[in-house]
Design a protein around this ligand. Structure first.
Ligand SMILES: [Zn+2]
Length: 436
């Protein structure tokens, strides 16, 4: 393979004169990973994470593009905030990044078009989450009547703005849990069973079915993020059969864990939507194998240790870091399915295609960015908090064994990590814009 100025120019063997050569004997050469779903917490929550620690973890794990969700502070709801966030990320990132914009209940068409013009990969709606007027923070528990909060984003705002998004060919990512069902089922989480009962899979299925109808009627492409249940999966299949345009994303936590892990992991496993049963897990794994799920993203959502570890299940904040273990966890899952190459479809080609970044990202071919990793298929990695690079080191895949090790990671031809340790400099990452 030959790389010039960060771009792959040919896949032929042998070096040209003056070329720096890399020997990859015995190693797999894979396209750099794209995590379509991370929460950098930057700007807004430096005690949880920022683009420097996020992308150190990403680089170490073979993720060469992170796609950040818009619930930073202030929320990325217009072009001015988007530009500020690009500046911040550019100054700290070790790998490339793309950004989602926010669709809130009071978003205007000009906000949507401004965000897309600026290079947003699409918009994200958090069903049941509302923007606080004072600091433009996206907050949860929106069903308490609070004049400080705008109305939560819901079917109204989505239906109103769907034609604008559809006309631009831009997707809407949605956190799919029906807020009214969550409100009706709400209860304290003394046990993990309580947590599961308070956020039933039916809430996911109802949200997906309703978005399916909006998609059919408006042409909107809905991207269901962090799909967690067999019921939600069934709703998505029915929506697609009826003509909805629907991209599906699931996460390693739903593919590796079930409610049986709750006792071992405690508050670390608290996530929204929750990790459900072994049957849900099996259905998601089978759908991934069958190609019904388009990508695996992490929903990387770090908090400080004090917000997670020392708290009861009820008081712990929802979310877990995950970007660093995404690629390895998918390689191991793909190996067990007898097709190691499938991992590159789930974490590189799939996200690149669904976000309009393909083939500049997510491909190993002439003309693509030289975002590459070399992986040793005869080594083993055990996930261990002390070896992680996110600011919150305790992730929900702690202790899992993967039969691979990431050796070298290149972003646009530049070495950004070696043997699980980031190298090189922060502040070299660039904004990646979709092509539609
Ligand atoms: Zn998320």
């Amino acid at each position: 393979m030959h790389v010039t100025e960060g771009v792959i120019v040919s896949l032929e063997r042998g070096g040209g004169s003056g070329a720096e050569e890399v020997d990859a004997a015995g190693l797999l050469i894979l396209p750099g990973g794209i995590d379509a779903h991370v929460h950098s917490r930057d700007p807004g929550f430096p005690h949880k994470e920022d683009f420097a620690t996020l992308t150190a973890a990403a680089a170490a794990g073979g993720i060469t593009t992170v796609v950040d969700m818009p619930n930073t502070v202030p929320a990325v709801e217009n072009v001015a905030v988007f530009q500020e966030k690009v500046e911040i990320a550019s100054s700290r990132a070790r790998v490339d990044f793309a950004l989602w914009g926010l669709l809130g209940s009071e978003s205007r068409p000009e906000d949507v078009h401004g965000l897309l013009d600026a290079g947003s990969v699409g918009l994200k709606a958090f069903l049941g989450y509302a923007i606080r007027r004072s600091d433009r923070q996206v907050v949860y528990t929106p069903w308490q009547d609070d004049p400080e909060l705008e109305a939560p984003a819901g079917s109204g705002a989505i239906a109103r703005l769907a034609p604008d998004l559809a006309r631009r060919g831009a997707p809407l990512a949605v956190h799919c849990e029906d807020p009214d069902i969550l409100r009706s089922f709400a209860r304290r989480s003394r046990t993990y069973a309580d947590l599961l009962a308070s956020r039933p899979a039916l809430a996911e299925a109802v949200a997906i079915a309703s978005l399916g109808v909006i998609s059919q009627r408006t042409g909107l492409e809905v991207q269901v993020v962090h799909l967690s249940s067999a019921l939600g999966l069934a709703a998505a299949r029915e929506a697609r059969r009826a003509g909805a345009r629907m991209v599906l994303e699931t996460c390693p936590q739903y593919l590796w864990l079930s409610d049986e892990d709750a006792e071992r992991l405690g508050p670390i496993m608290k996530m929204y939507p929750p990790v459900r049963t072994g049957a849900d897990r099996a259905a998601l794994i089978e759908s991934l194998r069958a190609g019904l799920i388009d990508r695996v993203g992490t929903d990387h959502a770090p908090h400080s240790d004090g917000e997670k570890l020392g708290r009861s299940l009820d008081d712990a904040l929802p979310g877990s870091p995950g970007v660093e273990t995404l690629y390895l966890s998918c390689l191991e899952l793909a190996r067990r399915q007898g097709d190691v190459g499938a991992a590159a479809r789930w974490v590189a080609e799939g996200p690149a295609r669904s976000l309009g970044l393909f083939p500049r990202k997510g491909a190993v071919e002439p003309g693509a960015d030289a975002d590459l990793l070399l992986v040793d298929p005869s080594a083993e990695t055990v996930v261990w908090a002390a070896a992680m690079h996110s600011q919150q080191r305790h992730g929900c895949l702690e202790g899992q064994r993967f039969g691979f090790a990431v050796r070298s990671v290149y972003s646009r031809g530049e070495l950004v990590a070696r043997d699980g340790e980031p190298v090189g400099r922060a502040g070299r990452g660039r904004l990646v814009r979709p092509e539609r």
